[in-house]
Design a protein around this ligand. Structure first.
Ligand code: F6R
Length: 622
């Protein structure tokens, strides 16, 4: 949600900033902007609405902006429409005309997050003679920094810490001060920001892929810290302005993993990376043929003492929770509640002793999931984060962390991170079942073998992609699609429906198959597509019956089932088969055709698959 980059070094900054922004465009793409300084000259600010290529065109691919120090931003609008004037960077002076330079401004900055008390702060600054040109909360922060900087005649770090004490909300900030050429000052609270250093150059970014090409040495700046960044160096300060140590971390992600690698879209590439994401995540949790949660810090005694589990997450990660609840309850016998993190944070749910709260998040930065984690901790629950991005806020704040190894996920619609989360939760369920005696040794070995076989089976599902491509060409003009299933099939339906609607913009709903006739069936008319997920033996007949109820009202039917259930072809118009596996793990296979269906439908409709409208990958605002 908004992407920030920064560069200071020996090379021309603008092309590097544009390159970084292109790798962060999944975080927001309403508008973008750059501020670049040439030595001690004031910053030049250029902004453009729409996708990043407009800014690249406007700056002649960055060549028109001279200077070796700069900051950039790609925006997902929160305060103020996506216009040039509201685009970042913002300046402390008056930006006379859209696209003009920073003029006599002392401070220029970019921001990711939301400043909750910006109206109150704006009024204060208006009283002190500041003039505002935009509707953004960012302009308010930049001007507040400027206000303290001048009022107390203090350095940038102190001006920023004073500002941090005064603002409420979330932010990652990158600022340049006119009197400090070649330096960038950064601060964060609850919004991601990393700083990378190389010889003679330093980089700032909201996310690792933006700088992987240049360096793997990264500082994860902590909440309420300030960084002073110069070429090849970063110094950190706490809220008191005292210098503080932040460890330098080596990023292990492969730089090629953040490239399209010959695929037309990141999403298609990431769909194909699922066998590796599942294999790597599972391998990291299995040692000597046994599941070992030692790295996550989840001790057997703790597992034995659990009285219940609450899973809190958003979007697809919540769908993983929905699937995991069936597996954990069925195998380990522990009661599970699955909560939308955005709701959980505002509920007064009593938390019994022995409750484990699991927060699932790819980015580890989702604001609602982070808030849910904090609420759970406040209420005394033990917390476990299942997270993909190493060093992210959720990973750092949870008591225990289980990392998924999906690698960088660039497409806004998640695929491989979802699959990695699913296998991590399955492994957790199986281990809990073993420790609590819910399964025999033989069952344990069988479940482990079935999980280990999943990557190969996912590969086989991917081989069927041409049929899905063909089918998607038949549904490009659909108005509504319904996804139905029961139990684990319902959980998969939720994800299939989200994949379809978020990238194809075709309205879709997922329903527990038995629930459809309690109202929604009135929406079924001639030709409405109903997709049934039919992988669970004892629920198969029941869901087929629900599909037939739709067919008799004119619906067109598609079914996803496991190999061998060929009778389904008598009832439905188009069938997709996935390999057989233990039924607890079929979601890992059944979700793949649904991802492909959403993908190809979006492509057939000529849409921007990797960057669907109005969405951002990492939702760091409430
Ligand atoms: C959908 C999608 C989102 C995310 C959700 C949570 O394709 O990607 O629904 O799953 O925004 O994000 P994380 O997992 O980063 O907390």
């Amino acid at each position: 949600m908004c992407g920030i980059v920064g560069y200071t070094g020996r090379d021309q900054a603008a092309p590097i900033l544009l390159d970084g922004l292109s790798r962060l465009e999944y975080r927001g793409y309403d508008s973008a902007g750059l501020a670049v300084r040439d030595g001690s000259a004031p910053a030049e600010v250029v902004k453009a609405t729409g996708k990043l290529f407009h800014l690249a065109d406007k700056t002649d691919q960055g060549r028109a902006l001279r200077g070796q120090c700069g900051i950039g931003h790609t925006r997902w609008a929160t305060h103020g429409d996506p216009t040039v004037i509201n685009a970042h960077p913002h300046v402390s002076g008056n930006l006379a005309a859209p696209g003009s330079g920073a003029g006599d401004s002392d401070v220029v900055g970019v921001h990711n997050g939301i400043i909750e008390n910006f109206t109150e702060l704006k009024e204060k600054l208006l009283r002190h003679g500041y003039v505002f040109y935009s509707d953004t909360d960012t302009e308010v922060v930049v001007k507040l920094v400027d206000y303290y900087y001048k009022k107390y005649r203090i350095g940038p770090v102190d001006a920023i810490t004073r500002t941090m004490v005064r603002v409420r909300g979330s932010y990652a900030l990158a600022l340049m001060f006119r009197d400090f050429p070649g330096e960038i000052f950064a601060a964060r609270k609850d919004s991601p920001l990393i700083i990378g250093t190389a010889e003679d150059a330093s980089y700032l970014a909201s996310d690792v892929p933006a700088i992987l090409k240049y360096t793997r040495s990264v500082y994860y700046i902590d909440n309420l810290q300030v960084a002073r960044v110069s070429p090849g160096q970063a110094v950190f300060f706490d809220l008191n302005g005292d210098e503080t140590a932040v460890p330098l971390t080596e990023v292990t992600w492969d730089a090629a993993a953040a490239e399209k690698d010959g695929f037309e879209h990141f999403m298609l590439k990431e769909i194909h990376e699922q066998p590796a994401a599942v294999r790597d995540t599972l391998n990291s949790l299995v040692k000597d043929g046994r599941i070992d949660l030692g790295a996550a810090g989840l001790a057997e005694d703790t597992i034995r003492s659990l009285t219940g589990i609450v899973i809190a997450a958003c979007g697809s990660a919540w769908h993983v929770g929905m699937a995991a609840q069936y597996v954990i309850e069925d195998l380990a016998g522990i009661p599970v509640r699955v909560e939308l993190a955005s709701e959980f944070r505002y509920r007064s749910m009593p938390m019994a002793a022995g409750t484990l709260v699991i927060v699932i998040s790819q980015s580890g930065e989702t604001a609602d999931s982070l808030a849910a984690l904090r609420v759970a901790k406040e209420r005394g629950a033990l917390t476990l984060a299942v997270v993909n991005v190493v060093g992210s806020t959720i990973a750092r704040e949870a008591d225990l962390v289980l990392y998924t190894l999906a690698g960088p996920e660039i497409a806004v619609a998640t695929t491989k991170a979802y699959s990695a989360q699913l296998i991590a939760m399955d492994a957790l369920a199986v281990e809990m079942a073993r420790v609590r005696g819910g399964i025999t040794g033989e069952q344990y070995d069988h479940l482990l073998a079935e999980m280990a076989a999943l990557p190969d089976k996912i590969r086989r599902v991917l081989e069927d992609k041409e049929r899905l491509q063909w089918f998607s060409s038949k549904i490009v003009n659909a108005h509504d699609i319904f996804f139905i299933g029961r139990g684990l099939d319902y959980a998969v339906s939720l994800e299939g429906s989200l994949k379809m609607k978020e990238i194809s913009y075709i309205h879709s709903e997922a329903y527990a198959a038995g629930e459809l006739k309690h109202g929604t069936i009135s929406l079924i008319e001639q030709g409405t597509l109903v997709i049934g997920v039919l992988t669970q033996g004892k629920l198969f007949e029941k869901t087929v019956s629900n599909m037939m109820e739709c067919k008799s009202r004119g619906a067109n039917l598609m079914g996803i089932t496991v190999n061998g259930n060929f009778a389904v072809e008598d009832s439905v118009n188009f069938t997709v088969y996935v390999p057989r596996t233990d039924e607890h793990f079929v979601p890992s296979l059944a979700v793949v055709p649904l991802q492909l269906l959403g993908y190809y439908t979006s492509v057939s409709r000529g849409l921007d698959v990797d960057k669907p409208r109005n969405l951002a990958k990492s939702v760091t605002v409430e």
